[in-house]
Write a protein that binds this ligand. Structure first.
Ligand code: AMP
Length: 423
């Protein structure tokens, strides 16, 4: 057996955790303060949820799902969730949120799985942060989702965000636009890559955001969805932009932006970093998904949301050398000498109960070896516990940098550590 993780899936090691903790804490804080409530979903759902919700002819469903079949074929196929929005709408319907005051605001944090070709910023297991507002078609909510996403990313330290915005219309106006687009793209059919030739029939809008240079010629002069919106969609889009202006959100209309999931209508947007135009670097994206509930078997429920990619956000923080708060580190190592492990373990426990970040090196090595190990482990201080210390109930606190030491009772030790702002 190879002791190796699955391709495209990775361990997040203790040294990286400060980024994860900071980004997740900040997200939870902002989401809670903005009136969103946390929703956790299963990792696995019935495969039909994704086929119907995301769309059978999308890359995600066609090529990228991790499918789970039951051993004896007695159950329907399941899949590891490739994103969180379809599951969120399923949960909204199943748990009777429709009868609650609308809209319902959820936030979600969790892993998603796509069998993509692994490369930088593209993993097979990655983490998303979602905000979803379900039960309203008001355009102000579209703007609010974009504004909170921006506020969140800026709160992490990004000051070079770019927001792309587009409207892809509704079931009323899109068929007309789609027909015009197909007509235009067909005249360039031979220039299109193999994927786009296939998309031309089932998913022509996706041709617009193909990064293949051979498709650019066809795409550059293609008709724009914003020029083919019905009155209702046009008004909606205008109101989204008015609200964004009130929020002082900078954005650019990008007529090629369509997003890779079928459930979107009207507003779509993506957030990235300036000077970084590759699709692998978009920090997040979202839009309106008024038809998703109907696609998965219920009636229409208007909704809007965003999915932010936590892995890419963290790569972005590291690349932009943004400093995040350090996690508390262990400051005090306990060292037991001459067979006092049991007593030291009790003191260790009491220190933890008193909120002191400490660790116990139960190594049965010489004192100097243990002191060396404590320094290597990053401790500033060591507490030495031997038979004399146990009898006298006074312990030796040693400063590992200066070598200074003093003998203290447990209470004095707590006082000293608290005063020294060790924790
Ligand atoms: P999507 O669900 O495709 O709209 O993606 C939303 C966000 O999730 C993207 O902007 C990325 O930040 C992130 N994301 C999507 N796919 C991946 C992946 N394979 N690896 C890492 N992050 C991803």
């Amino acid at each position: 057996m190879k002791t190796q993780s699955i391709r495209g899936m990775r361990d997040i090691l203790p040294v990286e955790q400060k980024y994860w903790q900071f980004c997740q804490d900040q997200f939870i804080h902002i989401a809670n303060r903005s009136g969103f409530r946390r929703l956790d979903l299963p990792l696995v759902e019935n495969i039909d949820l994704f086929k119907r919700g995301i769309g059978a002819s999308t890359d995600i469903v066609e090529k990228e799902m991790f499918v789970i079949k039951s051993n004896d074929g007695s159950e329907d196929d399941m899949a590891l969730r490739p994103e969180l929005t379809a599951g969120c709408v399923r949960a909204y319907i199943e748990n009777g949120f429709r009868t609650k005051p609308q809209p319902v605001n959820f936030y979600l944090l969790g892993t998603a799985y796509r069998r993509e070709r692994p490369q930088k910023n593209r993993y097979r297991e990655f983490r998303q942060l979602d905000l979803e507002i379900i039960g309203s078609e008001a355009p102000e909510y579209d703007a609010q989702i974009i504004e909170i996403s921006r506020r969140y990313l800026e709160s992490l330290g990004f000051n070079n965000l770019v927001i792309d915005l587009n409207s892809i219309g509704c079931n009323h106006c899109r068929p007309n636009y789609r027909a015009k687009l197909i007509k235009h793209l067909t005249s360039f059919k031979n220039d299109l890559c193999a994927d786009c030739q296939r998309r031309l029939e089932h998913n022509p809008l996706r041709v617009l955001d193909c990064k293949n240079p051979s498709c650019q010629k066809a795409v550059d002069n293609a008709p724009k969805s914003v020029d083919h919106l019905c009155n209702a969609c046009s008004d909606h889009f205008q109101s989204v932009q008015n609200q964004l202006k009130l929020f002082a959100v900078d954005y650019a209309i990008n007529p090629k932006l369509v997003r890779g999931l079928d459930y979107y209508n009207r507003t779509v947007f993506e957030i990235g970093l300036k000077g970084d135009s590759s699709r692998q670097s978009s920090l997040g994206g979202g839009g309106r998904f008024d038809y998703l509930a109907k696609l998965i078997g219920d009636k229409e429920i208007p909704a809007v949301g965003v999915a932010l990619g936590l892995d890419r956000i963290i790569n972005g923080l590291i690349e932009n050398e943004i400093i995040v708060p350090e996690n508390p580190t262990v400051q005090l190592s306990l060292i037991s000498i001459n067979g006092c492990e049991k007593e030291t373990m009790t003191i260790y426990n009491d220190l933890i109960l008193n909120g002191i970040y400490s660790r116990f090196l139960a190594q049965q090595l010489s004192l100097s070896n243990q002191l060396n190990l404590a320094a290597k482990a990053g401790s500033a201080l060591a507490l030495i516990v031997g038979p004399d210390e146990v009898i006298n109930e006074k312990y030796i606190l040693k400063d590992l940098l200066s070598g200074d030491q003093q003998t203290l009772s447990f209470d004095d030790l707590l006082l000293k550590l608290a005063n020294a702002k060790i924790v």
